[in-house]
Ligand binder design. Structure first.
Ligand SMILES: [Zn+2]
Ligand SMILES: [Zn+2]
Length: 166
């Protein structure tokens, strides 16, 4: 997932739009239970400030992940913002270059890592297959979306109801 800054490099104080599309790499999602169900689409507006390249844009993709209540596979559309600072090697170390700055050589900048990181940060903490998902019975494990079980006849203390949804 690379952008070519050859043209923009020669035009300080100007900006250029970039569109990138690439299949997401599941290696970056390890340990989250998520997988990519669609390409990652990135739209970036990159500005050449003279010393740095500032990129602002948006990332869209679709992730597959288990519902946190009923554990069924579900999908979530990710739509998140991204902001990046890039600097050519040699110009780095200037006062306005910080640790977050991506240092690159030549004209091509690889954005695979920051883009995947932004997707990672956008993973929902409590993914649900649908907002009204009833989840599993905490006693027998039956999927309550498919009907009630004999244990759920008993009254559940409303104070536990909130905890169940966590
Ligand atoms: Zn569910
Ligand atoms: Zn039950």
């Amino acid at each position: 997932m690379r952008i070519n800054l050859a043209r923009l490099k020669l035009r300080p104080q100007q900006s250029e739009k970039f569109y990138l599309e690439e299949q997401g790499n599941n290696v970056y999602l390890q340990g989250t239970g998520c997988t990519f169900l669609d390409k990652i689409a990135v739209e970036l507006q990159v500005e050449n400030t003279g010393r740095m390249f500032l990129a602002r844009g948006n990332i869209k993709t679709v992730l597959g992940l288990p519902c946190s209540r009923c554990l069924r596979d579900t999908s979530t559309a990710i739509d998140t913002d991204i902001e990046l600072t890039m600097a050519r090697a040699g110009l780095a170390g200037k006062p306005d270059a910080d640790d977050e700055t991506i240092i690159f050589h030549g004209d091509m900048v690889d954005l695979s890592i920051p883009v995947h990181e932004a997707v990672f940060m956008a993973i929902p903490i409590i993914p649900l297959c649908r907002p009204e998902c009833k989840g599993l019975c905490p006693v027998c494990g039956k999927d309550l979306n498919q009907g009630t079980c004999s244990c759920s006849q008993k009254e559940i203390d409303p104070r536990w109801e909130k905890l169940k949804n966590l």
